[in-house]
Structures are given as structure tokens and as C-alpha cells.
Design a protein around this ligand. Structure first.
Ligand SMILES: *Cc1c(COP(=O)(O)O)cnc(C)c1O
Length: 388
């Protein structure tokens, strides 16, 4: 769990420095008045360096980051984009907002895209895959990238939960052509609301930077009011207060991850030997952010019993099973584009994902290094599974 647990004096100091430098809250312009304070630009530089990516761009949210990524790649009407059937609605919303059709793909035991189903669902209008590292466990990203390369599909990584995670020491978000991050209040790093994109290609970065800023090219030869432009765009600009908080948060990322990983392994040790508990699988070589401890139990009824026992013990669950309808495409009857993308009714569209999620339980993980699981956890799960 996340950045909000460690918000403190460092964030406040960064915000104060924006005000003491002149109080310019917008990222562009006012060069004299701001006395050298460019917090968003500094956050982007430090974020890119941390990730090992050549370019980064701050935006207003993780959803905006996805929308900007699709715009930078020219994806829109007439195109379809493959996304996992288990993700937050935002992944699908960005595709719909771009005018494209989301085509949802089943997940496997990693609870991320099943590469075999991904291959089956590629269509002639498919332009890109958005892989999601759901709740901090990496997707099988090297295999997904290989499938994308072989089928000329662009790979975008929705790294909303994977900030700081890696596969084979390569950071999540840098495997694809573009990686997107969320800094909303539930994510690993938070700026209240906010997001980031990382790019491997300069042309993608330039296209995204312009599109997220009404088409502004920020031409150094011209004042901003006469700026050059070659396309329209929108406004998804991050502001200086978000940049300031983001800088302080980024400097705490390794500590957050250390806390989550430590707490995760303690929680895991409490439950992994209980008969019926199967811990979520992670791809080989992966370094998870361990945002939640996820396991499956034998039946959907047992998962619901786990939830009520955990709530009774004051522990609670995270997304699975209580908020699954916000995260499972088979329940998104409010978005007609989802059914359009599969060509069947949603009830029958994703049987594997539906069954897996119904049997899954996710326990929130704290970033607090001193957090210790109480006796309630093991007892709650044992009680829930005893009646099997
Ligand atoms: C949180 C989240 C987003 C959206 O991020 P916001 O910053 O809340 O807009 C996108 N994708 C996934 C998988 C998420 O969990």
C-alpha cells in the first residue's frame, strides 16, 4: 500500500520551495518570476533516470497517461487495442476515449494477460496491446513483447501498480514502446492525482508532450504565445504542486518497496501452508512491487467466506473479491464497447478470468517496515477454509 502512508515533511518542504521561489504553479513560462523552480521538469528527469528510460512526461492522472500514449501512437477510430479482462476500468476508458475498440483478453494464473489468449484474439484492426501489471505482479512481459513484435503491434505498459517493479532487472514500464504510471492516492507513489509516461523513442515523447499541451511544441526559438504546432491536442498538464510532491515521493520509492516486500513475505508465510491456499504465480525473473498478497482458494464461496472472516478480524481485503466489478471486463455492461470488442454477451465472454477472480482473495500490504501480521490473519483464512 502505498505512498500515502509515508507522506510527511519532505513533501511539504518541496511544496514550500515552490512558493519561496515565486509561487509559479504552472510548468511552462514565467521564467523570471519562478527563479529556477521547475518541479514537474525535475520530477520527469529523476523519474526517467530511476526507470532507466530516456524520456518521461508528467500528466494529470494515470488515465490521462494512457490516453496520451494512444494519441502519441496515432491510435483512434478504426483501430482496436488488446487489454486484459482483469484491470481497472481506466484502461478500457482510455481506449474508448481515443475512439478505438477495446478487445479484452483472458488472464492466466498470474492474473495478468494470458499470452496464448492474446495471440488468439488479435484482429486485422489491432494496433496495440496494453499490458497491465495488476496489483504489482509483473505480466509475462517478455513473451507479450515477442508476440507484439511478431504481429507488428505497439506495446503499452499500464504500470499503475508496477512502479519500481522489474523483470530480469529491467524496470516495468520500459519493456514496451510507452509505459504509463498513476500517482492517484491508492498507488505506490502519490501526488493526490497525477500520472507519468516513459518513452524509449524521442518521436513518441515529442508527440505526447505536444498532444498533452494543446499541440504546443515549446519551440525554443519562439515565445509560448507564438509557439509552433502541427497537431491539435488537449490539456493534461501536471502542475508544479504535483511535481513537488512527486519528487519527494520518488525519493521514498525504494523504502516503500522494501516495506511492501518485507510485509508481503511476512503475510505470505502466515497463509501459504494452509491447505487450499494457492499463492498467485509470478513470471520467472520478476521483481514484484508486492502491493497486495493474492491467493486463490478452492471455490468462490470459500473466497467470500475469507472476505467476511478477514473483515471480522479487522484486516479486510483489497479489490478481490469486494471491488471486482470495477476491475473485471465481464461485469462492464455499462460500456457497450466491451461487448462490441468480444462480439458475444459479456456473461460468457471471459470464463477463465471470471472463475479465477471469483476464487481470489487479495490482502492489502502496508509499506510500513514495522507492520507485522497479527494472529487474526492465519485464523481467519483457516476458519474460512475449514468448512470446506
Ligand atoms: C489506478 C489505475 C489507472 C488510472 O490511474 P488514475 O491515476 O486513477 O487515473 C489505470 N490503470 C490501472 C490498472 C489502475 O489501477
Amino acid at each position: 500500500m502505498p505512498g500515502y502512508e509515508v507522506i510527511g515533511d519532505e513533501e511539504l518542504t518541496e511544496i514550500r520551495s515552490v512558493f519561496s521561489a515565486g509561487g509559479v504553479l504552472v510548468r511552462h513560462g514565467f521564467d523570471v518570476r519562478r527563479n529556477g523552480a521547475y518541479k514537474v521538469a525535475e520530477f520527469e528527469r529523476e523519474f526517467a533516470a530511476y526507470m532507466g528510460a530516456p524520456y518521461a512526461l508528467g500528466v494529470t492522472s494515470g488515465t490521462a497517461a494512457l490516453r496520451v500514449a494512444l494519441a502519441a501512437l496515432g491510435i483512434g477510430r478504426g483501430d482496436s487495442v488488446l487489454i486484459p479482462a482483469f484491470t481497472f476500468v481506466a484502461t478500457a476508458e482510455a481506449v474508448i476515449e481515443a475512439g478505438a475498440i477495446p478487445v479484452c483478453v483472458e488472464v492466466d494464473e498470474t492474473l495478468n494477460i494470458d499470452p496464448a489468449d492474446l495471440e488468439r484474439r488479435i484482429r486485422s484492426d489491432s494496433r496495440a496491446v496494453i499490458a497491465v501489471h495488476m496489483l504489482g505482479t509483473p505480466a509475462d512481459i517478455s513473451r507479450i513483447r515477442e508476440i507484439c513484435d511478431r504481429n507488428s503491434l505497439d506495446l503499452i505498459e499500464d504500470t499503475a501498480w508496477g512502479c519500481g517493479g522489474a523483470v530480469d532487472d529491467k524496470k516495468l514500464g520500459t519493456w514496451g514502446r510507452i509505459g504509463t504510471f498513476s500517482f492517484d492516492f491508492a498507488k505506490t507513489l502519490t501526488t493526490g492525482e497525477g500520472g507519468m509516461l516513459v518513452f524509449s523513442r524521442e518521436d513518441d515523447f515529442k508527440a505526447a508532450a505536444a498532444w498533452h499541451d494543446h499541440g504546443h511544441e515549446n519551440n525554443p526559438q519562439l515565445p509560448r504565445w507564438e509557439d509552433s504546432r502541427t497537431s491539435s491536442g488537449f490539456n493534461y498538464r501536471m502542475n508544479e504542486l504535483q511535481g513537488a510532491v512527486g519528487l519527494a515521493q520518488l525519493r521514498k520509492l525504494d523504502r516503500i518497496l522494501e516495506g511492501q516486500r518485507q510485509h508481503h513475505s511476512l503475510l505470505r508465510a502466515e497463509v501459504e501452508d494452509i491447505p487450499g491456499v494457492q499463492i498467485r504465480t509470478a513470471p520467472l525473473g520478476s521483481s514484484a512491487t508486492d502491493d497486495a498478497l493474492i491467493f486463490t482458494v478452492p471455490t468462490a464461496e470459500a473466497a467470500l467466506r475469507c472476505r467476511s472472516e478477514l473483515v471480522g478480524a479487522g484486516i479486510g481485503t483489497k479489490i478481490l473479491p469486494e471491488a471486482v466489478s470495477w476491475h473485471f471486463a465481464g461485469d462492464w455492461t455499462h460500456m457497450p464497447e466491451i461487448a462490441l470488442g468480444v462480439g458475444t454477451s459479456l456473461e460468457d465472454a471471459f470464463p477463465t478470468t471470471r472463475a479465477l477472480l471469483a476464487r481470489s482473495v487479495a490482502i492489502p500490504v502496508s509499506a510500513d517496515l514495522d507492520a507485522r501480521p497479527g494472529p487474526g490473519l492465519r485464523n481467519a483464512i483457516r476458519d474460512a477454509l475449514d468448512s470446506e
